[in-house]
Write a protein that binds this ligand. Structure first.
Ligand code: GLU
Length: 304
């Protein structure tokens, strides 16, 4: 494992353009921004537009304009995952040469029929296609590509959550890197891009904590450095559901920018503001001076 301590800080905000920004995404954007600025580091924005069927037309631009409206100014060019097919293809070929991936023709129905156990993020794939002699190749169907995971524990120390680990074979199973519909899976793209952009620190929502051991495993296979991780508390509605497109999270109301920014700074454990009438830009400048990741509590919060 390579830890990237001596390098200058590089962090990022990596939204998926499936909808407009909401309070949960603002929390991630602000926390990753403040952590980067506090460390005099670079803060990048990467558009994770990997899944056109789930995307919303115009959302990518809307997200960038919203970040600007909140004075969350990023460094350098925005990276678009949709333009990086060749990089992901090369990674897949490298893994193929290492003989750790295999094509899978199973439909959800095939998997369900094998009575799989439930893991931390859906079913643990019962490895039907792992054995080439048992694989039922379907000529009319493209294969998904899965990576074979070891019966081993992958863990790390999260700056907010503390130690977190999973046994990949028992709790996750062989996971998909390229989907049967031809689109790249998040896990492969995120690992390639975090490495290529030189990410030293990843600050993101706790919904992704469950993905991190898979990413550590891919980093190990591909010989990539492992960044530091911090997984922020989830913001939920009154029913305790994470705010997201599915739970109809309201888009950020730009008439109310300062109120929303203050709300997010409170959730992140910042002290009381010195004045009541501060602009977003002033609030972010002030918060950079007082930023302290150890003040961020991991527990989910209800925000209505
Ligand atoms: N694109 C992911 C999301 O919007 C975030 C991925 C990441 O931060 O690693 O939920």
């Amino acid at each position: 494992m390579i830890i990237t301590d001596s390098k200058p800080y590089i962090g990022r905000f990596a939204p998926s353009p499936t909808g407009r920004l909401h309070i949960g995404s603002l929390l991630t954007a602000v926390a990753s921004f403040l952590d980067a600025r506090f460390h005099q580091g670079t803060w990048l924005v990467r558009m994770e537009d990997l899944d056109p069927p789930r995307e919303m037309a115009g959302a990518a631009d809307d997200i960038l304009r919203t970040l600007e409206a909140f004075s969350l100014m990023w460094d350098g060019e925005v990276m678009y995952q949709s333009r990086r097919d060749e990089v992901y293809q090369a990674a897949l070929e490298q893994l193929q040469q290492q003989d750790v991936i295999y094509p899978c023709f199973c439909s959800r129905k095939d998997i369900a029929a094998a009575e799989p156990v439930m893991g931390v993020d859906g079913w643990v794939y019962p490895r039907r296609c792992e054995d080439a002699s048992l694989r039922k190749v379907k000529v009319d169907k493209q294969a998904a590509w899965r990576v074979r995971v070891p019966d081993a524990v992958f863990g790390f120390d999260d700056a907010i959550v503390g130690h977190y680990e999973q046994n990949l074979a028992q709790q996750v199973g062989d996971f998909v890197l390229k989907r049967a519909d031809g689109w790249w899976a998040y896990q492969l793209a995120v690992v390639m891009d975090d490495a290529e952009q030189g990410m030293t620190h990843v600050v993101r929502g706790q919904d992704l904590l469950v993905s991190t051991p898979r990413q550590l495993y891919l980093q190990q296979l591909l010989g990539l450095p492992q960044p530091h991780y911090a997984h922020l508390p989830l913001l939920t509605n009154a029913e305790g559901e994470k705010w997201s497109k599915q739970t109809l999270a309201p888009a950020l109301n730009q008439q109310n920018k300062e109120v929303l920014m203050n709300q997010v700074l409170d959730i992140l454990g910042l002290p009381k503001r010195p004045e009541s009438q501060m602009s977003c830009e002033q609030l972010l400048q002030w918060a950079t001076l007082y930023w302290d990741m150890s003040q961020v509590r991991p527990e989910a919060r209800v925000v209505v």
